[in-house]
Every structure is written in C-alpha cells, then in structure tokens.
Design a protein around this ligand. Structure first.
Ligand code: AHM
Ligand code: MG
Length: 335
C-alpha cells in the first residue's frame, strides 16, 4: 500500500512529556503532570477564544487589575481556567497571576511547584482577532513542602526556573516550552484535540533583520535605543510590531529579530512584568541560543523584589541584543 495514504500523525505532547520524564531516572512525574495540567487549561482557553465572538465574551469585564489596566472578559476567563487546572492538578502550591493582586494559595500543601503566569497576554488584541498568548514560569518551591508557598518562593530569580513556556493563539495554536534542555514547539490539532510536536529543538538565528517596538513612544526612549532604531532603519531592517508580546516574540524567535520594550515617559521601568512575562521568555530565548537583557543586565540574573515589578526588556537574536547593549553603553558614556 502507498505509505502516503496513512502518514503517521506525529508525537503528541503527552507522549513527548512522558518520554522526557523517562530520561531522568529519579523523576517523580510531578512536573510532567503539571505540564499536562497546563496543556489541558490551554485547550479550554483556546476553545473560549475561538468562539469568543459567538458566546458574548469579548469586551471589557468592567474592572481593573492590580496594574490599573482594564480587564477583558477573556482575561478573567483564562485566569480562572488556568488557576482551576493547577489547583485540581495538585502539583502547585502557589500561583502568581497578572490578574491577581496577591498570590493564590491553591491549598495543595504537598505541591512542590510555584507557577507564575500571564493567563492572557496582549489584551488589547482580543476583540480584533489578532494573536494573543499565555506565558508561564515554573519554579520549585524553596520552603519546606508543607502548607502554603512563601513570598520568597515566589520571588526567585529567573535562573531558578525549572520550566517555562508560552501558548500562542494565532493562525494556529501552539504551545512552546522548555525544561532547560532545549525548546520544543507543539501545534494544536483541533479535530483530534491534541498538541503534536511540530517544531523540535528550536534555535533562533544568531542575527536577524526584524525589530519590534512601539515606535510611537520613540520620543521618550533612552538615547541609546533611539540611536539603535535609527541604525535599524539605515540597515533597512523591517519593523514588525503586533502589540502582543507572545506573538512578536514567537515570530522573532523563528525568523530572527529583536523585541524591545524600553523605559518610556509613561512607563519609566518599561511596561512588561519581570516575574510572569520577562523571565519565562528569557529562559526560552536562552535555551534557543538567544539573549534577554534589561539593556545591561541579564534578565535571568535579576532578583525580583515584588510580584508585579516591571522591567525593561531587550530580547531576541544574540547579535542583535548585543548591538542594542552596545548602543546603550555608548550613549551612557556620552552622557
Ligand atoms: P498586557 O499584559 O496587559 O496584555 O500588556 C502587555 C502587552 C504586551 O503583550 C505587548 O507587547 C505590550 O503590552 C504592548 O504595549 P504597548 O501597547 O504599550 O505597545
Ligand atoms: Mg501581559
């Protein structure tokens, strides 16, 4: 029979996670279970996003989150879905979410893990059918495995992450994650309800020609960033900015480029959050051969001092990130 008539469908996320677990003889399966819990919540959130316009869940929820930003209904739905999956899964003691002022204690006293997440990133794009995402970081708790996780557990530096990932709800839905041994991407097959390995061992190009930032803010960017943008223009690089961090990051990861959210007049520390946005993407980009800094310091070396702390972000192809830092250092000397 012609082999093409029954091509294999590929490796499912579940099978991939199990295989990886078997490579570590002492692994207990808890992290694997946690990753599967995230995948389950992802499928549910994906369903809600895909039919949002039909079931009346677009638009404002009518409240602001801790950052003073308007919550969208889907922000709230995604937050509930992920928290519920992690609580029911049993492996996580404490959750940090962009949508919650304080940490969420799941009541899983024996849970060994902390999850920090932005349940739905790129809120301004929800109602207009533009790609949005979810970002997550996983830490092992440092406190004794009994009872609630502590603030210290939640404020670990990004270098301590045991896994990190994101989901992009785009032209297709993808889950991309790392446990510190490379980055793998899985594409959702809705008719089978499964994620399949589609992007094994992702490597980001060393150099690219895409730069991504909100150029509308250029007048209040630091001089080094302004100079870098002019450099990109002189080199005829393409400006690409969706305004959904996950989508901008994902494109640049695969094609080569740099994403910048520097300090601005409106957001003097940058806009993005260290604990549940920058750290996860920094781990992923490093695992894919790229770099992430705040303009001078490696993101993963920063020790957070508060849950919702903001931080400037320069992330992407290593040579491009180096170039941005060069421009910033030059301007600093000039001042
Ligand atoms: P959010 O977490 O409230 O969605 O905000 C984060 C988003 C990022 O996805 C995106 O890169 C950035 O904010 C866009 O900000 P701006 O509109 O200032 O360019
Ligand atoms: Mg966000």
């Amino acid at each position: 029979m012609d082999d093409k008539l029954a091509l294999p469908v590929g490796t499912t996320l579940d099978r991939f996670i199990m295989r990886k677990q078997e490579e570590f003889p002492f692994a207990t399966g808890e992290l694997s279970q946690l990753l599967r819990d995230i995948a389950l919540a992802t499928k549910i959130v994906n369903r809600e996003i895909n039919r949002a316009g039909l079931i009346g869940v677009t638009g404002n929820y009518g409240q602001q989150n801790v950052q003073g930003e308007e919550q969208q209904k889907l922000d709230v739905i995604a937050n509930i879905r992920f928290i519920r999956a992690l609580r029911n899964g049993g492996e996580v003691c404490t959750i940090i979410s962009e949508e919650e002022d304080e940490v969420i204690q799941t009541g899983n006293a024996k849970g060994k893990y902390i999850v920090a997440m932005d349940p739905l990133d790129g809120s301004s794009n929800i109602d207009v059918n533009v790609a949005i995402g979810t970002i997550f970081s996983i830490y092992r708790r440092m406190s004794e495995v009994e009872g609630d996780g502590t603030l210290e557990d939640c404020l670990q530096s990004g270098a301590k992450q045991v896994a990190a990932g994101y989901i992009i709800y785009g032209s297709s839905t993808m889950l991309v994650y790392t446990t510190g041994c490379g980055v793998n991407g899985f594409t959702y097959e809705p008719s089978l309800g499964e994620f399949f390995l589609s992007h094994p061992m992702i490597r980001t190009p060393k150099e690219g020609n895409l730069y991504s930032c909100n150029e509308g803010n250029i007048n209040s960017f630091p001089d080094g960033i302004k100079a870098y943008i002019h450099y990109c223009q002189e080199k005829n690089y393409s400006g690409r900015y969706i305004g959904s961090l996950v989508a901008d990051f994902h494109r640049n990861l695969l094609k080569g480029g740099v994403y910048l959210y520097p300090p601005t007049a409106k957001s003097p520390d940058g806009k993005l959050r260290l604990v549940y946005e920058c750290n996860a993407l920094a781990m992923i980009i490093e695992q894919a051969g790229g770099k992430a800094t705040d303009g001078s310091e490696r993101i993963l070396d920063k020790t957070p001092t508060s849950l919702h702390q903001r931080c400037p972000l320069v992330i992407g192809s290593p040579d491009m990130v180096d170039k941005v830092e060069e421009f910033l250092a030059k301007e600093a000397v000039a001042v």
